[in-house]
Design a protein around this ligand. Structure first.
Ligand code: SAM
Length: 357
């Protein structure tokens, strides 16, 4: 399975046609997400949002209470989409892990849940911004650090995990980061990453071709390109894992519905939470990108607010069966003997065959 990738993908999501469709979504099913206060860190205020200041390089998404709601919702969407698995947190077949590392942990939701699930494992979550959490399991450690710099952790990791790091790095930083992951995973240990696409998609033409929601993905992706931070993270992970040296790479493709329009209960629940994810997230996802790299010239704060309000109104239409693609990829660090064997095979392949005359 070394070179090949095992892919699981999802079919077209069936629409729930049995329920009454109002003209807009009402508030009753929208989850109340707790706002989390933080006095731990002031950060930089810009365009009405707060950004981290630990890294000299700006990170595009704000670190503020509003965005923390989005992180909570994103965590839930990922869990619901894998709720039919015994372990909805990761797919890598890790056995009796001693050390797990979650890079760009955000609020630490994933790290905390994994620490609960594996009480004898040390689970470390690291982020630029101190997560405003008041309680965590004793085996969970949340740290503030910049993962693009030299790592100081000494323990070889059984699993390194990343989620929704889209647009965080330029190509060279990603390459170096995956290499650091490889170097810090024990032989036989795993890397896993789950990312979502910035494009809003629709399989049944229920979203009119001229709808403004179609503009979101291309507009943000173009900004990401101009910023030197491609947003197509979802499409580059698999290749990047392979280039870093990982083997047994597997992937699972998802369609995350936006809104509760699907017939299947799992998709309906995921869509419900994902709607909240988008409603609370869009302003923060777009503000830095459009105000710094918008076209034809950088946008003003007010222009972004108006644009996002229009997008919100459109997403609020239950007749539009929208979704975003997401992908989970996991791979294993080979053992030294596997690497030696591969090198031998490659050397044999490149040795010219002597032809007897
Ligand atoms: C969109 S959030 C996702 C959070 C979390 N992984 C989740 O799925 O809930 C991305 C996180 O990556 C963090 N991040 C970005 N660049 C980073 C860096 N260079 N070092 C550490 N954390 C970083 C951000 O501060 C942010 O909290």
């Amino acid at each position: 399975m070394d070179k090949k990738t095992r892919t699981e993908s999802e079919d077209k999501i069936a629409v729930d046609s049995t329920t009454h469709v109002p003209t807009v979504y009402s508030d009753d099913w929208q989850s109340e997400t707790t706002s989390i206060g933080s006095s731990l860190y002031r950060g930089l205020d810009e365009n009405g949002r707060r950004y981290q200041t630990l890294s000299h390089k700006e990170y595009l998404i704000p670190s503020d209470e509003k965005q923390f709601e989005t992180y909570e919702a994103g965590h839930l969407v990922a869990l619901v989409m894998d709720s039919d698995h015994d372990n909805p947190l990761f797919r890598a077949p890790v056995k009796d892990p001693k050390h797990i590392l979650d890079l760009g942990t955000g609020l630490g939701n994933w790290a905390i849940d994994v620490a609960d699930m594996f009480p004898t494992t040390t689970v470390r979550g690291v982020d630029l911004f101190p997560p405003p959490v008041t309680w965590m399991p004793p085996n969970c450690i949340l740290e503030v650090d910049n993962i693009t710099e030299e790592w100081t952790w000494n323990e070889p990791q059984d699993l390194i995990h990343m989620r929704i790091m889209i647009g965080a790095f330029d190509d060279a930083e990603w390459t170096r980061l995956y290499q650091q992951c490889y170097d810090n995973i024990r032989p036989g240990g795993w890397i896993e990453q789950l990312e979502a696409s910035p494009y809003i998609e629709c399989d049944d033409n229920s979203l009119p071709a001229d709808n403004i929601l179609h503009s979101w993905g291309p507009a943000l992706s173009a900004c990401g390109k101009r910023a030197g931070r491609p947003l197509e993270t979802i499409d580059m992970m698999q290749d990047a894992f392979r280039k870093a040296g990982f083997v047994d790479i597997c992937e699972k493709e998802y369609k995350w519905p936006i809104g509760p329009w699907a017939r299947d209960q799992k998709y309906k629940e995921a869509g419900t939470v994902n709607y909240q994810h988008w409603m609370s997230g869009m302003e923060g996802w777009a503000m830095w990108l459009l105000c710094k790299f918008g076209a034809p010239e950088p946008w003003s704060h007010d222009e972004v607010i108006v644009y996002v309000a229009k997008l919100r109104a459109e997403l609020n239409n239950p007749r539009y069966h929208t979704y975003e693609r997401a992908r989970r990829v996991w791979g294993r660090k080979p053992f030294p003997e596997e690497i030696a064997e591969r090198e031998r095979n490659e050397a044999n392949k490149s040795t010219p065959i002597k032809v007897e005359e």
